[in-house]
Design a protein around this ligand. Structure first.
Ligand SMILES: *Cc1c(COP(=O)(O)O)cnc(C)c1O
Length: 404
């Protein structure tokens, strides 16, 4: 079928349905297992001779519809080397951590190594430094804004199989030049994966630059409303995704469920609209905070003073809605600020419709040793803000009174 060329916003709304043709929305298939017409049919489904559902840990119409919708957005308007629409396969997972661990465990084995940026989500950092080494997989780190450093490590360390980074990275909004890193990694025959949680496919599509795998914590912007933990892993190599990666996913029990899948699917419909407003509010708040006498530094890639402003402009539609700030009074001043907020929500997580404010050093990044934390710019007093969709005047007024 020749599908018409449609814009991102339209694609996000008009998701493909599974089954029930006349249900307006994707139904929630709250079922653990699926029936067979005959024993032979069950056998054919297990051998793969016949497609069809078997058991919800292997696949479910609702979670598959959500995975498909995200794969469609991540590949939107991208063509492969033959000029055909880029194909990708996605697996919906129980969490962002489940997407990450499914990828790393399915692509790496004992003797392999992973190269990552030091600026990582706390859970990813702990997983590769504490858990993977128990299975004989080593972690190397490199500042990926320094291409020569990356090349030196790749040259000296042939066991590196996968290069992984986040851009923008949590919580300093460091951005990595994806085109440059992928080109280099491909020269050394490495796989590349990106955690695209902070940007979402609306702001940035890593597949454009030849990245192999993308994962998200759908808990954040894709869901948007903070009502479910979830994740998604998307790969361009559909044979690998349907082969050893799906196999690992089934064995790990990394699957999501129909209800959470439904919630993410609803959230995605307003992704473009939400991201526009998130980013507009973030820029206004960043400009306000930059001028505030109590604020030492605003880490926001949308400001021309941010070291990665140019890279961010090059590969992102807008800069995103997350920023972090250092206050002049350090730790105690930060604690006071967080305590005095009256409208913004004190909570970890990002990407919900309301503004969330947290303290990375004692919360999301408390599992990372202090000296590594400091190296990646997470000072003891750093405050992270995920700017929501409230009226911007109310957000600014809340910070104004809390900073007084
Ligand atoms: C939240 C988050 C994760 C982990 O996702 P969960 O859904 O909490 O498992 C991974 N990466 C980034 C950038 C995140 O913000």
């Amino acid at each position: 079928m020749d599908t018409p060329k449609i814009d991102f916003e339209t694609l996000a709304l008009h998701q493909q349905h599974t089954h029930d043709k006349y249900a307006h929305l994707q139904p929630i298939y709250a079922t653990s297992t699926f029936t067979f017409d005959s024993a032979e049919q069950g056998m054919r489904r297990f051998t793969g001779e016949e497609s069809g559902y078997i058991y919800s840990r292997f696949g479910n119409p609702t979670t598959d519809a959500t995975a498909r919708a995200i794969a469609d957005l991540e590949t939107w308007n991208i063509t492969d080397t033959e000029g055909q629409p880029l194909q990708a396969r996605a697996l919906l997972t129980a969490s962002g951590q489940a997407a990450m661990s499914t990828l790393f465990i399915s692509t790496l084995q004992a003797g392999d190594a992973i190269l990552a940026t030091p600026s990582l989500y706390g859970g990813t950092h702990e997983f590769i430094t504490k858990l993977l080494p128990r299975f004989g997989i080593k972690a190397y780190f490199s500042d990926m804004t320094d291409i020569h450093q990356v090349e030196d490590i790749l040259k000296q360390t042939p066991e590196i199989k996968l290069v992984h980074f986040e851009s923008p990275a949590n919580p300093t909004m460091q951005c990595i030049d994806m085109e440059q890193i992928v080109q280099l990694a491909k020269r050394y025959n490495k796989l590349v994966s990106v955690d695209n949680t902070f940007a979402t496919p609306y702001l940035q599509q890593p597949f454009k630059y030849g990245v192999d795998f993308i994962f998200h914590s759908t808990t954040k912007f894709l869901n948007g409303h903070g009502n479910a933990i979830g994740g998604v892993l998307i790969g361009r190599d559909t044979a690998a995704m349907n082969g050893h990666i799906l196999h690992t996913y089934k064995l790990l029990g990394a699957n999501s469920n129909a209800f959470d899948g439904f919630l993410v699917l609803q959230g995605i419909k307003t992704l473009a609209l939400r991201m526009e407003q998130h980013c507009r509010n973030a820029m206004d708040l960043a400009l306000f905070l930059t001028k505030h006498p109590e604020v030492e530094k605003v880490h926001y890639n949308g400001l021309s003073t941010h070291p990665d402003y140019d890279i961010s402009r090059k590969q992102m539609r807008h800069a995103g809605s997350i920023m972090s700030i250092d206050l002049k009074g350090g730790y105690q001043k930060s604690v006071n600020l967080v305590n005095k907020l009256q409208i913004c929500t004190r909570a970890v997580s990002v990407g919900t419709v309301d503004t969330l404010v947290s303290h990375p050093a004692s919360m999301s990044h408390s599992g990372i040793p202090r000296e590594i934390r400091l190296q990646t710019g997470i000072t003891d007093g750093l405050v992270r803000i995920s700017v929501g969709l409230e009226a911007i005047a109310d957000i600014i007024a809340d910070f104004e009174q809390a900073l007084r």
